[in-house]
Design a protein around this ligand. Structure first.
Ligand code: HSE
Length: 328
């Protein structure tokens, strides 16, 4: 018997923002839409549809994994059956937090289905336990720019407003880099100098955003902890960073673990927006990689679960569903 229907639009996120490895994150107005319908009387059942070819195994289906894990965390006695439909606009394995959207959707769905008033901090805590680091899941839940750290006592996450004056450009290449591979290339230890380098820059980045003084932003977004090691996975990476800054962008970094590249441009400089975008596409084209650049607004509000009527739900169901997977 079909039960209530919910929808959750979870935003893309760009983690690290240069020096804030596993700590900073920014929510962007590009979404994965998750539709959930409770299947009453069939505990444990999962019906999964998507406009993408996603993993079919329930043990590796992140939405289902997060849903079951959250129900367990909140002490809910059963796993109500779930019909999940995903309309994905966020390309996967590009450093835009697509796996975090699945985790966040599963966590929030569990809160809604169990009628548990999950606090945002609890949702972040649970989602971080699944994802392993808080920098994508925190902005995916809170919106805005977030600063998050994970401690043995829990996750501490704070939200800042992203300045209206700053535009975000995301260069999206037609190649994928899995986060696990991009974490494997990281150094096991870093020098004291490099630690100090990132500490100062991440502090300057936060104070630049709070005081709206962007004069040192290109310096504040530099990093010595992860980008150098990852540059080898992304053709043209160093050249793009250098050239985009020469075009007038005021910051240019790897988005999450890549391969997307995020640039920050002052709104009052439309020429820099155009030149930076063309530069990214042309450098990747020379490396025989197709790409596109999206100018994205920051998602300011928190991610909400909305109740849908069956009629509203029907509007989304259509021929674009490429798979219908049944897991019982
Ligand atoms: N902080 C993580 C990393 C983000 O850089 O590996 C993954 O999206």
């Amino acid at each position: 018997m079909p039960g209530p229907i919910f929808s959750i639009d979870v935003p893309a996120t760009s983690a690290n923002l240069g020096p804030g490895f596993d700590c900073f994150g920014l929510a962007l107005q590009l979404y994965n839409k998750f539709l959930f319908q409770v299947i009453n009387d069939e505990p444990g059942k999962l019906v999964f549809r998507s406009n993408l070819h996603l993993k079919q195994n329930p043990r590796t289906n992140l939405v289902y994994k997060a849903y079951c894990f959250t129900l367990k965390c909140i002490g809910y006695p059963t796993i109500p059956g779930l019909d999940v439909s995903v309309i994905s606009d966020i390309p996967s394995a590009r450093g835009l937090g697509s796996s975090a959207t699945a985790v966040v959707a599963g966590v929030l769905a569990a809160g809604a289905v169990s009628k548990t008033n999950l606090r945002l901090s609890e949702a972040i805590e649970i989602a971080t336990e699944i994802e392993g680091h808080p920098d994508n899941v925190a902005p995916a839940i809170l919106g805005g720019m977030t600063v998050s750290i994970q401690d043995k006592n829990g996750v501490y996450s704070q939200k800042l407003d992203w300045p209206e004056e700053l535009t975000v450009l995301v260069g999206i290449p037609d190649t994928k880099v899995r986060t696990q591979s991009a974490r494997r290339v990281l150094p096991k230890t870093v020098s004291f100098e490099d630690a100090v380098f990132n500490l100062g820059r991440s502090s300057l980045l936060i104070s630049s955003l709070l005081t709206k003084d962007w004069r040192g932003l290109n310096i504040a977004m530099q990093d010595k902890l992860h980008q150098n090691a990852r540059a080898s996975l992304i053709p043209g990476f160093n050249r793009i960073i250098t050239k985009v800054l020469e075009c007038g962008a005021i910051g240019c970094v790897l988005s999450g673990s890549g391969p997307c590249i995020l640039s920050v441009v002052d709104n009052s400089n439309p020429l820099a927006v155009e030149m930076s975008s063309n530069t990214i596409v042309s450098i990747w084209k020379n490396a025989k990689i197709d790409s596109e650049v999206k100018q994205l607004k920051v998602q300011k509000s928190t991610t909400k679960v909305k109740k849908l009527s069956p009629e509203e739900f029907q509007k989304f169901v259509g021929p674009h569903w490429t798979e219908k997977i049944l897991i019982t």
